[in-house]
Design a binder for this molecule. Structure first.
Ligand SMILES: Cc1ncc(COP(=O)(O)O)c(C=O)c1O
Length: 283
């Protein structure tokens, strides 16, 4: 049971997995990534993560020259070799190595990395009792729908949350709630779920999509619409979604208690549905 690393399609020891100082991912953040959850030895929607990677690549004019099928094969081999049951798969693709210049180089091949490692998961207490968040101004660029490795603004936001003793930082812009630093945000008001529309301002989370599908299948009302900071603070329930976050109840934002200060009824219903859904997915 160990961490398994593949670099450009070749298995390498973790310590010897090296990339060039001229790699554009290192110099410009010119790359994309995905994090995929593995439950009980099975990928949780590797298919959707690869589709999002492909879409992101098109957005940044990145030719996935190694082939998406090849990447999928390597992901599956790496997981098998790791022998891990509960794991996290990290995929990173950069535009590759070239002498530093802003314009995209012509003669270049992607650098691509696959890492499978044990997933510790969040403490059960977080899911049972909820967590707290802080609000931070969204100072990121205008293409947050692309899952690029340029995450400094997200890292600063998460650091602020951590220093405040909170689990997550929730971005706001112009009075509207956008998303978390590594999660999407849902609020519940009068049994209706609201979440930010999937436009350029947010990453359209795989988990977010699954929550909406579960809602469709169970006649749970929702709307993908912009809501305000006041709506967030006055909500009956708030929860976050994400690959590692899963469905996380939020009971406090900037010190203000949400609802009754305990995970909400609908949040718990969604957690139960999600738990069951996880067991059905192997792709
Ligand atoms: C900014 C941001 N929003 C939302 C999410 C949730 O996306 P997913 O459910 O695909 O993990 C992430 C996950 O990393 C993220 O970084």
């Amino acid at each position: 049971m160990s961490t398994v690393v593949y670099l450009n399609g070749q298995r390498v020891d973790y310590e010897n997995a090296k990339i060039s100082i001229e790699d554009r991912g290192f110099q410009f953040g010119d790359g994309l990534y995905e994090v995929v959850h593995v439950y009980n030895g099975r990928f949780f929607h590797l298919d959707r993560h690869l589709a999002r990677l492909q879409k992101g690549a098109q957005e940044i004019y990145l030719d996935l020259d190694f082939g998406l099928d090849n990447l999928e094969k390597v992901c599956r081999v790496a997981l098998r070799e790791s022998g891990l049951k509960d794991a996290s798969l990290y995929i990173q693709v950069t535009r590759g190595t070239a002498i530093r210049q802003h314009a995209f180089p012509h003669e270049v091949t992607c650098t691509w990395v696959v890492i499978v490692r044990e997933s510790k998961g969040n403490p059960p207490d977080f899911y049972e009792n909820g967590i707290s968040c802080i609000l931070v101004p969204d100072e990121r660029w205008g293409r947050c729908n692309i899952k690029t490795v340029q995450l400094l603004a997200n890292c600063i936001a998460k650091e602020k949350a951590s220093r405040a003793g909170a689990y997550e930082a929730i971005f706001h812009r112009g009075g509207s709630v956008i998303e978390g630093s590594s999660s999407n945000v849902f609020i519940v008001k009068d049994n209706m779920m609201l979440t930010h529309p999937a436009n350029k301002k947010i990453l359209n989370g795989i988990t977010r999509g699954i929550v909406l599908e579960i809602a469709d299948q169970n006649n749970i009302e929702y709307s993908e619409e912009v809501f305000s900071i006041d709506d967030l603070l006055d909500a009956d329930e708030v929860f976050l979604t994400g690959t590692t976050t899963e469905i996380m109840p939020v009971v406090k934002v900037d010190g203000k208690i949400i609802g009754d200060g305990i995970p909400g009824k609908l949040t718990k219903v969604m957690q139960e549905h999600y738990k069951k859904y996880i067991q059905t997915i192997d792709r």
